[in-house]
Write a protein that binds this ligand. Structure first.
Ligand SMILES: NC(=O)c1ccc[n+]([C@@H]2O[C@H](COP(=O)([O-])OP(=O)(O)OC[C@H]3O[C@@H](n4cnc5c(N)ncnc54)[C@H](OP(=O)(O)O)[C@@H]3O)[C@@H](O)[C@H]2O)c1
Length: 293
């Protein structure tokens, strides 16, 4: 077993839990930064040896104990209005602890000019990390395939339909397992090999809404349709969400509709050593999410 301690922040979330799994598969020593120890308990099913440490990003006093003794960090911040401030505090904590490498989860297009609000927040965090003096790697994944299991499952189960305001725009959706595989490969490799790199992580193809619906339909054995939502209907569907979040998502979708989220790269294959997962593989492995309980 590798004796370096790797801290994973956001460890119970969509990406973080897969990073814990991928690091475990590589025999790494994993410290999982969890919002609550009770929720973190589920990570013991992935890795009985995982060290659980409570981190509340909103309480900076929880960072020093969590970072003490850590060699490398997978740095993820949640989708909040104060994500830049939270990430800065985490980077400061990593620096104070003498961490050897930070692998930062950003987003595809963060470096676009003038870009969109979501990207600009990520880019601000990237810049802070770049200037920190720490050895760092930036991962910029595209939209997650897992979003379909989270946000579209009910529509698929109840109406056999995916609703998105994307027109005929194609998106190079990535399976989160691929992000985790890349992160784990880097976090267990020589830090000098990746220092200062920014990797654009995508799935193997840019897919239309119709193609995603077809793949999920095939996995569940029934027709699933894609319905292009007008922007106003998309806003209505997000009723209850904070205004800043709705605006950011509408802007992101408009970029996708215009064809700017269709970039496909080979970075996953090069770094993980295997091809990126297809939407058909994702749909097959997650079919339970799309069928009524
Ligand atoms: N979704 C996409 O398509 C996409 C694409 C590209 C990039 N991204 C980026 O991916 C990141 C989100 O990753 P994700 O989808 O894995 O997020 P997620 O599933 O929402 O998980 C967030 C994690 O952070 C934890 N957390 C939340 N608030 C916390 C706090 N105050 N203190 C400590 N922990 C806290 C959560 O724990 P609890 O649940 O216990 O609070 C959870 O473990 C964002 O930066 C986003 O911009 C997303």
């Amino acid at each position: 077993m590798n004796t370096e301690i790797i801290l994973v922040t956001g460890a119970t979330g969509t990406v973080g839990s897969e990073v814990v799994r991928a690091l475990t598969n590589r025999g790494a020593t994993v410290r999982a930064g969890v919002h609550s120890i009770i929720k973190g308990d589920r990570l013991k099913h992935i890795n009985p040896e995982v060290q659980l440490v409570e981190i509340d990003f909103e309480r900076p006093e929880t960072l020093t104990p969590a970072f003490t003794g850590v060699d490398r960090v997978f740095l993820l911040t949640p989708f909040t209005l104060n994500q830049v401030e939270l990430a800065r505090q985490l980077i400061d904590a990593a620096k104070a602890a003498g961490v050897k490498q930070v692998v930062r989860l950003s987003a595809l297009g963060a470096d676009a000019e003038p870009g969109i609000q979501l990207g600009r927040w990520h880019r601000e965090i990237e810049r802070y990390l770049e200037l920190s003096g720490l050895s760092y790697v930036i991962l910029r994944p595209g939209s997650f395939m897992q979003n379909f299991a989270t946000y579209q499952a009910e529509g698929i189960q109840q109406h056999g339909a995916i609703h998105m305001p994307l027109g005929e725009g194609r998106i190079s959706y990535i399976d989160v397992q691929d992000i985790a595989a890349v992160a784990a490969a880097i976090l267990t490799d020589d830090p000098a090999r990746h220092h200062g790199q920014a990797y654009a992580l995508t799935g193997p193809q840019a897919l239309s809404g119709h193609e995603v619906a077809q793949a999920i339909g095939q996995a569940v054995g029934r027709e699933v349709r894609y319905i292009d939502l007008p922007e106003e209907a998309a806003r209505q569907a997000m009723q209850g969400a904070p205004q800043w979040m709705t605006d950011a998502m509408i802007e992101l979708n408009a970029v996708g509709k215009a064809g700017y989220s269709a970039t496909v790269t080979s970075d996953v294959e090069q770094l993980a050593g295997r091809p990126a997962r297809t939407i058909a593989e994702f749909a097959r492995d997650n079919r339970q999410a799309f069928v009524p309980a």
